[in-house]
Design a protein around this ligand. Structure first.
Ligand SMILES: NC(=O)c1ccc[n+]([C@@H]2O[C@H](COP(=O)([O-])OP(=O)(O)OC[C@H]3O[C@@H](n4cnc5c(N)ncnc54)[C@H](O)[C@@H]3O)[C@@H](O)[C@H]2O)c1
Length: 292
């Protein structure tokens, strides 16, 4: 007799439920992670609850990603940018406070809040030209926004950080704070200066529980870089993809652009208690560029 056909039912094994991770106060938190291709997942680890952060250039790109990440971690964020409407939109989205300020104007910088626990000096701009053709006023503007304004902001907030004996200064530098590229004299000079300022702040801040570090990325996928891709594609008569592959990704060993959220994750790390001994250094996020 032929045995009846038996249909094997798939057994559904319930997935184990992972206990929620808890912080040192016993508060449940989700893990924050970035996938290997740089796409973000979101943190709800609110370890910055009660902290006040100030992020410059927070209306766009890396600054916006930092503002979003700091707010998601519980901080109240001052969103500083020359782009008033965009700054307002970011502040509205994250429950922060917008400040429409031109960082090239020293008087305007001196109106920014002083009672700040975390500063992210991020605002920046680029100009590409050989030195002998570089407009001097453009060079000056880049130093004002990317060196003098960070100095004035740090000078302004340090007394509050010193009194409370805790503070985090995070300067968004660049691989160009550590290495040069032709035709970027103002930008490379400014980023090298920012690295120096950051180290001095680290030495002076250490006795007061204030750390100061740079985060130094390679090419990040932001409007600043999208504009460079378009300009270079037009200049060389090649496609945007070819600009990225053959020019921008020539030096990094990892052949992709970085996402702004990956830079923000490094900034968040530097704000953690676990990073309390990390100071006066540069966290390179350059896919191996400076390993050469
Ligand atoms: N995108 C990259 O590949 C890359 C790589 C390394 C470092 N960085 C650095 O990261 C920082 C952010 O760059 P991004 O790529 O996000 O650029 P972005 O152009 O997307 O954002 C820069 C922001 O700075 C603001 N800003 C410019 N001038 C200002 C001024 N005078 N006053 C106030 N705000 C001003 C802009 O309005 C803008 O919102 C810059 O310091 C840049 O040098 C960028």
């Amino acid at each position: 007799m032929v045995p009846p056909t038996t249909v094997r039912r798939a057994t559904v094994v319930p997935r184990p439920v992972c206990p929620a991770r808890r912080d040192s106060y016993g508060v449940a938190m989700e893990s924050s992670a970035i996938t290997d291709d740089g796409s973000p997942t979101h943190t709800t680890d609110r370890f910055l609850t009660g902290r006040v952060a100030l992020v410059t250039g927070a209306a766009s790109g890396i600054g916006r990603a930092c503002a979003v990440a700091l707010a998601a971690a519980g901080a109240h964020v001052h969103v500083v940018d020359i782009a008033a409407e965009e700054a307002k939109a970011v502040a509205h989205a994250i429950g922060g406070t917008a400040h429409a300020v031109d960082l090239a104007d020293p008087d305007a910088v001196e109106t920014l809040p002083e009672r700040v626990d975390i500063v992210v000096n991020n605002a920046g701009l680029q100009h590409v030209a050989p030195i002998h053709e570089f407009p001097a006023e453009r060079f000056t503007l880049i130093q004002k926004v990317m060196v003098e304004a960070p100095f004035r902001i740090v000078r302004r907030v340090l007394p509050h950080m010193y009194v409370q004996r805790w503070g985090r200064v995070v300067n968004i530098s660049s691989v160009h704070g550590l290495r040069a590229s032709a035709f970027k004299s103002a930008y490379v000079a400014a980023k090298h200066a920012l690295e120096g300022l950051s180290k001095v702040a680290a030495l002076e801040g250490a006795p007061y529980g204030v750390t100061s570090n740079c985060v130094s990325p390679g090419y990040v996928r932001t409007p600043l870089v999208e504009n460079q891709i378009a300009a270079q594609a037009a200049a060389h008569g090649i496609s945007g993809d070819e600009v990225v592959r053959e020019i921008m990704l020539e030096r990094p060993a990892i052949k992709r652009l970085i996402e702004p959220e990956e830079v923000a994750a490094a900034v968040l790390y530097l704000c953690r208690a676990e990073a309390g001994y990390v100071t006066g250094t540069s966290l390179s996020l350059d896919g191996g560029w400076t390993a050469h």
